[in-house]
Design a protein around this ligand. Structure first.
Ligand SMILES: [Zn+2]
Length: 260
């Protein structure tokens, strides 16, 4: 393989480092999940949801503290949601996997930003049926930064233009669906489409189409399943953000074996 600025040095230490970083980001994702919808500051210490006592640093170690405390608050003994360790472990796996799948930095960086901001977007959309601007705008800004950075460092500046074309074409597509569906698809989905278009358009138009087909395919399959099992009817709003994020990650999986 030809070594370039964007090739990846692989080592077990890198995987270990990625795993630990994933746990830390998972802990941050939990803070985003509980604080972004209520517009709380992200930079204050965490508190117990029940007794509001500040959580000590030793009780705030991802996964380990949950296990040591047997899933209960040290102060009030109220149960701590299983969401906390599950998000942390899932985030850690999402951080390790791209280093096993890809051999270049471009798809790894896109994978990582869609994972870190994707987890809180998915959980918040499932719970509250909304995609907060604070997260969709941050995701767009980070995707744009990664597109420009990778385009310049990897000496493939043409890709920056493809990414921007992908972003606006996909957002326009979702905007039209939002208009036609009259509330079925929200403006949060349109804003998220900007980032998906950037992250897949950077590589090829083919990937933008795959990301979109996977999102709609999964969305329809799950919608039909929920209707068949009586958990939803034609009027039930099913959040679409999670399918868009999963579609984006799956489209990146097409890259290994090609140029990447
Ligand atoms: Zn408590």
């Amino acid at each position: 393989m030809v070594e370039t600025a964007m090739s990846l040095p692989s080592s077990p230490f890198l995987l270990l480092f990625a795993g630990i970083l994933g746990l830390i980001f998972g802990s941050f994702a939990n803070a985003l999940i509980s604080r972004v919808p209520t517009k709380e500051s992200l930079w204050t210490r965490s508190r117990c949801n029940q007794c509001r006592v500040q959580i000590a640093s030793k009780d705030n170690i991802p996964v380990i503290s949950y296990l040591l405390l047997h899933g209960k608050c040290r102060n009030c003994h109220e149960k701590i949601s299983l969401q906390y360790p599950v998000v942390e472990i899932f985030s850690s796996l999402l951080f390790i996997s791209p280093f096993l799948i890809f051999t270049r930095w471009e798809p790894i960086l896109f994978w990582l930003i869609f994972s870190t901001l994707g987890i809180p977007l998915v959980v918040i959309d499932l719970r509250l049926h909304r995609l907060p601007d604070r997260l969709t705008v941050t995701l767009f800004a980070s995707s744009l930064l990664v597109s420009i950075g990778c385009g310049i460092i990897g000496k493939q500046s043409g890709r920056i233009l493809y990414a921007i074309i992908g972003a606006f074409s996909l957002a326009l597509f979702y905007f039209i669906i939002a208009l036609i569906s009259k509330g079925g698809m929200g403006m949060g989905d349109v804003k998220l489409a900007l980032s998906i278009g950037l992250g897949s358009g950077f590589f090829s138009a083919h990937l933008v189409i795959v990301a979109t087909f996977v999102a709609f395919g999964l969305g329809s399959a799950i919608g039909l399943f929920l209707m068949a099992t009586g958990k939803a009817n034609r009027k039930t709003a099913i959040p679409f953000g999670p399918f868009m994020i999963v579609g984006q990650l799956i489209s990146l999986l097409l890259l290994p074996g090609q140029y990447y």
